[in-house]
Design a protein around this ligand. Sequence first.
Ligand SMILES: Cc1ncc(COP(=O)(O)O)c(C=O)c1O
Length: 382
Amino acid sequence: MNRTELGKMVRPLVRELHAYVPGEQPKIKGLIKLNTNENPYPPSPRVLRTVRAATDGRLRLYPNPTAERLRVKLAKLHRCQPENIIVGNGSDELLALAVKCFVEPIGTRCSASPIKNGPRGNAALPTETVQYFTPSYSLYPVLADIHGASKAEVPLKPDFSLPSVAELKRGKRWDFHAALTFITTPNAPSGRGYSTRELEALCKAQHGVVVLDEAYVDFANENALKLALRHPHVLVARTFSKAYSLCFQRVGYFVGHPELIAALHKIRDSYNVNGLGQIAAEATLDDLGYYRANFKKIIGTREWLSRELTKLGFRVLPSQANFILAQPPLFLAKDWLQKLRDRKILVRWFNAPEVSKYLRITIGTQGEAAALVKAARQILAR
Ligand SMILES: Cc1ncc(COP(=O)(O)O)c(C=O)c1O
């Protein structure tokens, strides 16, 4: 069988799919890696000890299928019930499950099985649309495409702030009945933070499910978790990857109404969260003081780096995340990417019209930030 014949076995949707492109994970020695918003500080000594102690004969057993102990701890932290929480293999898994759970693929809606009232009592729900602002997390369109759903992309304002409900109504592009709306808050890749008040106004106007993706919220001034407990159609997505130094273990979670959470549980893999990941996340919650001290350090470095780059002529956007979006001077952002790489510093550049003039720079340690400033000075001096 040749490659063309094999290719034909793949569904056309998959053949034509533009897959998500993750940030590079190069194996170059001595590289300063500021491209994937990882935390520069390791997990706490207590978390490392707990994970090490768990690498024993238990590895032959399946882990708890619902990450029960972790959900109990998370429920305590967020003052809700374990039924309000689903844990996933990273929040990415849960974002994908949300698309599967709440959105009809185009053309497959079955008229023989009328859809019951949605979370807000709308008999017409669900529809086929996944909606999000641009720019935001570049995984959302890929998830919609994988599912064969339709996409509604609505631009943020030029300064990456959220349009008000009145502006969205006037703009006529926003779908207040979209089956699923993703809002990245704080926004990625701009780092712009949004107030709970404006997010609530948007949620209230929305008739379908809203996922507030708070992957970076621990570096922000406020979070909108209470909206998930106040409005039944709102889910808040969190992750242990960024603020809690656990990318490697892949643990994220949703908080929301038990009915939506139960629906998501129905369609996940039986053992979707690996055992060491569960144990690491539980130990993390027992050691929050360590992590909160790291948030402070990262925020301090973010503000320092923003000031230093501004002095060098960069236009740095205000950030509420563990990265900044900055428009570099003198050369194109794409050229800066290479010039920094030549100096063993890896940052991220997105080839999308709204952001192609910027670099997205993850906040590393203070030493890494200083190395970046030094390299930028050298590049400008040439
Ligand atoms: C906005 C946003 N949401 C979710 C994620 C996924 O995080 P996780 O590692 O929990 O899958 C990312 C990762 O880059 C992100 O930027």
